[in-house]
Every structure is written in structure tokens, then in C-alpha cells.
Ligand binder design. Structure first.
Ligand code: ADP
Length: 493
């Protein structure tokens, strides 16, 4: 099969969070299974050019229709750790992708509407006719709309679209100008409840809703989150749309790439280890302490890695720092804030705890350091308010770092409480789970993890080994996505 992924991220060259990991990991898995995969991405000024091999211009004169005229683009091509990627660079005063950031600009909707249009125009003009176009999140929600309303009539009638939603909170909104710019026009047609009109704001077009309505298949990133968005509040207003399209909606658990996230071969950690050589994890713990100037004492290290965002339960992350200190553990935090207020809050904590030899707060994004933390820490907290899938707990499990998670979204599908899980046998349990959002709830799980580390090290080690034995690679999800691709390829709609 010939599959093209259109996305706004691909790790490690463009990574703001889990989306990048998923786009890369899934592409790799599909290729390993013998399929041809190509990726189309924006050419951001801030992406990591050192992670691209053989970057060269592949298509110089791509003219993308935009409003009444057209924007001249160049398409560059290069390999990102073996994956063939095309990067679209528009040459216009809008400077869509030269903003020093990936997201967060006031005209993000225009930037990614343009990207969606340019990606399809590139496929059309370069005569690429993939069997499947797989696009991701609101940034590419307009791809199926444009494909089935415009490009289908220019020779792309056989392409099928799978649309994966990684985060329902960010849906992408715009007014009629989006329709004029992209050439969709026909306001009354698109501003219809059955198409792109937002379910709650009659004056807004909703990109994600467009993606759901027009795609051949829609997935989200874990089975439990698929239930939450359909029947709970986490669909952020799209529950009814999903109900109407339930026949083509499913949750597929994300995987992680065990070529990158694997303590046996990880090149960012000083001491490699497996479940059989778990004692080497202690050496990484020492290396982590040395690197972060923590005191070398007989204490467990509790870690948090992730965005500092309301979604991640920042209040509980904050509480976990002080609770860990209270319970005589050390704490390491690696996170980048998504809002200035949260950034200022944690910057204050960092200054306040600066002289404490048991805490290190690292603000910013640091891929290399994250590997060392996964390898060196004993316990990983993931107290998310909501979590579509979550990759950090799966990475933690692979590194023998016991996850303490809130029971939401994909965390429910991947972490099973050592003491209370009623569906798994004791030898299949791998972490600690709590449900409420208050401090006491977090303590009920974190305390048990720390206490086990102190009082029953053998049992703690056994729990680590049980976690390491889980297979959360792309093996199963890869197979599931291929089944979906097959299904939509042979269906007329
Ligand atoms: P998200 O909601 O951000 O997508 P996930 O748990 O799905 O959360 O994925 C997070 C990914 O980003 C993991 O690979 C994690 O290691 C990485 N990550 C998050 N924040 C940072 C950071 N500050 N530095 C390095 N890696 C990070």
C-alpha cells in the first residue's frame, strides 16, 4: 500500500509533544511491514535541521491557489531517521512557517489551512496518488474537506482518508475567510450543521469537525478515550458529531517506537539495561543525580516529564513535588509551559527550591535529558486532568520506572493498579492508579509507590519487571491501522 501522512509534527525533527512521536513511529512500523510511506510537513524555521539527512529541493515551482491568486512554494525532501519527508516552504509575506515557533500564532488557522491546501496541491502536481492519506489533528482537518470537495474532481478520486484525533481540546476555528482563501467558497453549504459549522458557535467553521465529517475513517488514540469523547465531556462539543459518524469511529491505542525508547539500546543513557540487568538502572540514577546536582542518598526519585498545561493536571504535579519531599523522596521535573501563567508559577518554584538538594526543576524541552530521566527515575507521575493516550507512562514502563497515574483516557488502557486492579492478575499489574483530582487522591497512589520502594524493595523490583514485560510497541496498533486502511480502500464512500 502507498500511504502519505500529512501532519504538523514528526519526531525528532518537529516535536512539540506526543503527536510527533506517533507520526514517526506509525510511519516506521508501516514501512517495516512492507508499505511505502511518505510524510508531508511544513518547513518550519525552528525545526531540527540536524535531524534531516540529505535535505534538497524536490519541487521548485509549486503554486498553491490562495484567495484569488496563488502562493509560490518550494518543496524540500529529506530523510528523517529513514523516513522520506517532504517539507513545504511557502514564499509569501505571510511567512507562515517562519515564526520561531510551531504553534501559538493568532493566524494558526490560516497557516494550517494553507498547509492542508499546499499538501494536496503538491500531491496533485507531483502525480502522487497514495491509496491512503492519513492526517492528524485539527491542523490537517481541512485535508479531507479539500480532497472530497475540490481535488477529487482533478484526478484524485481514488484516495481515501484516515483522520486521527490526538487532542479534542484544540479544534481549529475560522470564519468565512477560510473558505475564500482555500477556494472552498460556498458559505451556506459549509456553514451547515451537517458539515463544518461549529456545533455551538453558528458563526465559526470547525476544522476538526470537517475532518470527522469528510474522512473515510476517524480514530482517536486509545479505546477508553474513544468512549470518553463519545459519552462524556472530553469531546469538547463534538460528541454529537461522533455519534452521527460512529460507524467510522474507533479508538486505536498509540504505540511507542522501541528503536528510540528502549533502555537496551538507548544512546542517550550512559548504562544500558534490560529486565535481567535492572541493577544498571541504579547507575543511570547516579548519572542523573550527577547531571542535575542532586545529592546521592538512599532515596527514590519521582519524576514528571511533559508539557506544563492544565490538561496535565499541573496542580497535582505541583503537589507531587512537595508530597515526594515530605515522603523523603527526590523529585525531578522536566516540562515546558504552554501558558505564561503556568510558566511563571513553575519558574517561581524553581527559584524557591533552587538550594534543595532533593529537587530539580528543568523548564524547557530537552529530548536527550528526558531519556536519562526515564532511565534514572524510580517513579513517574502522570496526574493528567484528561489524557487521550499518553506516551510518558508507556515509556516509563519500558524503562522500569513505575507509573503513578490518574485513571483517565489511555492511562486506563495501559496502567493497572498493583493493589486494586480487578481485571488483571497480580503478576500482570504494573503501576498505581488514582481517580479523583484532589491532593488526597494523588497521595493515595504516590504514597503507596514510595512506601513500597522503602519497605519492600524486592516487590518494587518485581513491579518494575512486570511493567517492562508489556509490549506497547507499534506492533499491534500498526496492524490495526492497516486493517482500517484496507477496510476504507475497499469501500465506496
Ligand atoms: P502530549 O499531550 O504532550 O502529546 P504525550 O504523553 O502523548 O503528551 O507525549 C509526550 C511526549 O513528549 C513524550 O515523548 C515526552 O517524553 C515528550 N516530552 C514532553 N515534554 C517534554 C520536555 N519538556 N522535554 C522533552 N520531552 C518532552
Amino acid at each position: 500500500m502507498y500511504i502519505v501522512q500529512i501532519a504538523s509534527e514528526c519526531a525528532p525533527v518537529i516535536k512539540a509533544g506526543g503527536l510527533g512521536d506517533v507520526v514517526y513511529g506509525l510511519s516506521r512500523e508501516l514501512e517495516v511491514r512492507g508499505h511505502c510511506v511518505e510524510l508531508i510537513l511544513p518547513k518550519y524555521d525552528t525545526m531540527r535541521y540536524d535531524q534531516i539527512w540529505g535535505l534538497h529541493d524536490a519541487y521548485r515551482d509549486l503554486w498553491v491557489p490562495w484567495y484569488g491568486g496563488a502562493i509560490h512554494c518550494s518543496v524540500y525532501c529529506g530523510w528523517v531517521h529513514g523516513r522520506l519527508c517532504f517539507f513545504i516552504e511557502p514564499h509569501s509575506g505571510d511567512n507562515f512557517f517562519n515564526r520561531g515557533c510551531y504553534y501559538g500564532c493568532p493566524d494558526d488557522n490560516m497557516r494550517f489551512a494553507f498547509f492542508s491546501k499546499a499538501a494536496l496541491e503538491f500531491l496533485l502536481k507531483s502525480n502522487k496518488r497514495p491509496d491512503i492519506i492519513h492526517c492528524h489533528d485539527w491542523q490537517t482537518g481541512l485535508v479531507p474537506v479539500l480532497l472530497f470537495e475540490i481535488y477529487k474532481y482533478h484526478g484524485m478520486e481514488n484516495q481515501r482518508v484516515c483522520y486521527t484525533i490526538h487532542n479534542f481540546k484544540h479544534q481549529g476555528f475560522g470564519g468565512p475567510e477560510i473558505l475564500w482563501a482555500t477556494g472552498l467558497n460556498r458559505e451556506p453549504y459549509y456553514f451547515h450543521y451537517d458539515r463544518l459549522r461549529d456545533n455551538f458557535n453558528p458563526f465559526a467553521l470547525n476544522f476538526m469537525k470537517g475532518g470527522i465529517v469528510f474522512s473515510n475513517f476517524v480514530t482517536t488514540v486509545s479505546p477508553n478515550h474513544a468512549l470518553e469523547v463519545r459519552f462524556g465531556d472530553y469531546g469538547y462539543g463534538l460528541g454529537h458529531t461522533l455519534y452521527l459518524h460512529q460507524h467510522k469511529f474507533r479508538g486505536v491505542l498509540n504505540g511507542i517506537d522501541y528503536d528510540i525508547w528502549n533502555p537496551e539500546i538507548d544512546r542517550f543513557i550512559p548504562f544500558r539495561y534490560t529486565a535481567q540487568t535492572l541493577e544498571n538502572k541504579a547507575k543511570n540514577k547516579r548519572a542523573l543525580r550527577e547531571r542535575l546536582l542532586l545529592q546521592d542518598v538512599e532515596k527514590p526519585i519521582v519524576a514528571y516529564i511533559g508539557r506544563l498545561d492544565e490538561q496535565k493536571g499541573v496542580h497535582l504535579v505541583h503537589h507531587a513535588i512537595y508530597r515526594s519531599l515530605f515522603k523523603n523522596a527526590q523529585f525531578v521535573l522536566l516540562g515546558s509551559a504552554t501558558e505564561p501563567g503556568i510558566g511563571a508559577w513553575f519558574a517561581h518554584e524553581k527559584r524557591y527550591l533552587n538550594d534543595n538538594p532533593d529537587v530539580h526543576i528543568e523548564l524547557g524541552f530537552n529530548e536527550e535529558l528526558s531519556h536519562l530521566i526515564y532511565a534514572g527515575a524510580d517513579i513517574l507521575v502522570v496526574p493528567s486532568h484528561y489524557e487521550p493516550c499518553g506516551l510518558t507512562q508507556m515509556i516509563g514502563l519500558k524503562y522500569g520506572t513505575v507509573p503513578v497515574v490518574r485513571g483517565v483516557g489511555g492511562l486506563v488502557d495501559t496502567v493497572f493498579d498493583r493493589d486494586y486492579d480487578s481485571c488483571k492478575l497480580p503478576e500482570q499489574r504494573n503501576g498505581y492508579v488514582f481517580y479523583h483530582t484532589d491532593h488526597a487522591a494523588l497521595e493515595s497512589a504516590l504514597d503507596r509507590a514510595i512506601d513500597l520502594w522503602y519497605t519492600a524493595p524486592d516487590q518494587f523490583r518485581q513491579l518494575q519487571i512486570q511493567g517492562m514485560s508489556y509490549d506497547y510497541s507499534w506492533n499491534y496498533p500498526g496492524k490495526e491501522y492497516l486493517e482500517i486502511y484496507d477496510q476504507i480502500r475497499h469501500r465506496w464512500s
